[in-house]
Design a protein around this ligand. Structure first.
Ligand SMILES: NC(=O)c1ccc[n+]([C@@H]2O[C@H](COP(=O)([O-])OP(=O)(O)OC[C@H]3O[C@@H](n4cnc5c(N)ncnc54)[C@H](O)[C@@H]3O)[C@@H](O)[C@H]2O)c1
Length: 409
């Protein structure tokens, strides 16, 4: 593991025990060499006191026994270990390691344990280190891209292969008429879906996942539905998505961590999605909590929709997926994300029946009347920690027919 640098070649290392991070510090102290450039943590910190995090000094078996026999002592050992863990990371980061949170509540639990992860002057969802959701995925979600998936109920690999071809053809087709930023996302996913079959990654269900926006999800689902109708795919296909997505999840320390208007601590978007999906044609919906960051920290809304080749399935796909994605993009727009603003405006141009009320500053800017004062006012609202902005955004979402986004108090 310590031979991470070989000439110019930099390797990634998969698994460290907490003590290894301290070993890296000792190595730096002794040799002056920082052996690792990039670091994250993937322990199950969403559940640290019931087996997700093994404290330094204990084997997994000892940890498992102690957590049942002396839970309070186990908890204190986990917290002590997290403090040591962060102390080592802080030292390495001072020397140049780039560390980020993986979306596993690691920094949140470290902070609760009293570790030095505070970012001075920052809001409650920010820490000394960035989070991959907050600082990387956030913009991707704001573009409306998230993990869309489907399962071939025939269980036949040939059906899955047929859906791969359909998805890549559809994305290639629609990627011709989109902005460069959006095309980049399509290109990555076209490459993935073209090569997915070769990697033999299917275990169990014949299922696939790719990142797509609203347009891509609807187009792929409709094309699969047509293929079922004309017999190219033998049996119904179920579409769904991960909870780690644009709209379905309210999680202030993960999916909604880049929403800075104070509404990150509301659970309304997941509930809106759950209810909205149910009314717009989902075959089943789920509302649950705990996804990724632990019980009580997050609310998740999910769905499944069966494509059986019928006209009714096509109608439900269009109604439901349009809502499922745009709901979250609209919210992200209201929280001040430029990319979400551009995305929701583009979606409105493409769907005359969708009307999302835009925040005042955005509207005036779009009309070429933006003033510094308005911008300042908007920024002030963004940083005001009140959830009312989100409610206001929801109340003002309105549309007619097709996929209604009307919310009433
Ligand atoms: N960001 C995302 O998209 C995303 C996706 C999946 C999972 N997650 C989160 O990531 C975390 C990990 O998920 P997983 O499915 O890999 O969990 P897992 O339980 O399969 O793996 C966690 C690993 O951490 C090891 N571990 C525990 N304590 C350790 C310590 N002190 N030092 C080093 N290793 C230690 C365990 O032995 C285990 O192998 C979870 O909290 C999960 O919710 C995030």
């Amino acid at each position: 593991m310590l031979n991470t640098r070989q000439g110019a070649l930099i390797r990634t290392v998969g698994l460290f025990r907490s003590t290894i991070r301290e070993r890296l510090v000792r190595e730096y102290d002794t040799t002056g060499e920082l052996l690792v450039d990039l670091g994250s943590d993937q322990t199950s910190c969403h559940n640290p006191f019931s087996g997700g995090y093994c404290p330094v000094g204990l084997t997994e078996q000892e940890a498992s026994q102690l957590m049942h026999s002396e839970p309070a002592r186990f908890r204190s050992l986990v917290q002590e270990s997290l403090r040591r863990h962060i102390a080592a990371i802080n030292k390495l980061a001072d020397k140049g390691l780039f560390f980020w949170d993986y979306g596993n509540a690691f920094l949140l639990e470290a902070k609760r344990a009293g570790a030095d992860v505070e970012k001075s002057g920052a809001g409650k969802t920010e820490f000394k280190y960035p989070s991959y959701v907050q600082h990387i995925m956030g913009d991707i979600f704001s573009l409306g891209f998230g993990p869309f998936r489907w399962v071939c109920t025939s269980g036949d690999p040939e059906d899955l292969a047929a859906t791969d071809v359909i998805a890549s053809t559809v994305l290639e087709d629609i990627s011709k008429g989109v902005s460069d930023l959006v095309r980049q996302q399509y290109d990555d996913n076209i490459r993935w879906i073209r090569e997915a079959g070769k990697h033999n990654m299917v275990v169990g269900s014949q299922a696939r996942i790719l990142y797509s926006d609203q347009k891509g999800r609807v187009s792929i689902a409709l094309a699969i539905n047509t293929a079922i109708a004309d017999g190219r795919i033998k049996a119904p296909v179920v579409i769904s998505r991960d909870h780690h997505d644009v709209s379905g999840t309210d999680s202030p320390f993960r999916e909604t961590s880049n929403i800075y208007d104070g509404s990150a601590f509301c659970a309304d978007m997941a509930v809106q999605n759950f209810v909205g999906d149910a009314f717009r044609g989902a075959t089943w919906v789920a509302l649950h909590n705990g996804g990724g960051v632990g019980w009580g920290e997050v609310t998740n809304g999910g769905f499944g929709l069966v494509l059986d080749g019928s006209g009714d399935a096509a109608r439900r796909v269009t109604m439901m997926l349009n809502w499922d994605v745009s709901n979250g993009v609209a919210r992200r727009c209201w929280s001040g994300n430029d990319k979400a603003y551009e995305t929701i405006c583009q979606t409105m141009r493409e769907h005359s029946d969708l009307r999302v009320t835009l925040p005042l500053a955005w509207r005036t800017r779009a009309a070429g009347q933006g003033s510094a004062a308005l911008r300042e006012e908007f920024n002030h609202k963004r940083s005001t920690p009140v959830s009312s902005q989100f409610y206001r955004a929801l109340f003002q979402l309105c549309s007619v027919s097709g996929f209604e986004m009307n919310t009433h108090v």
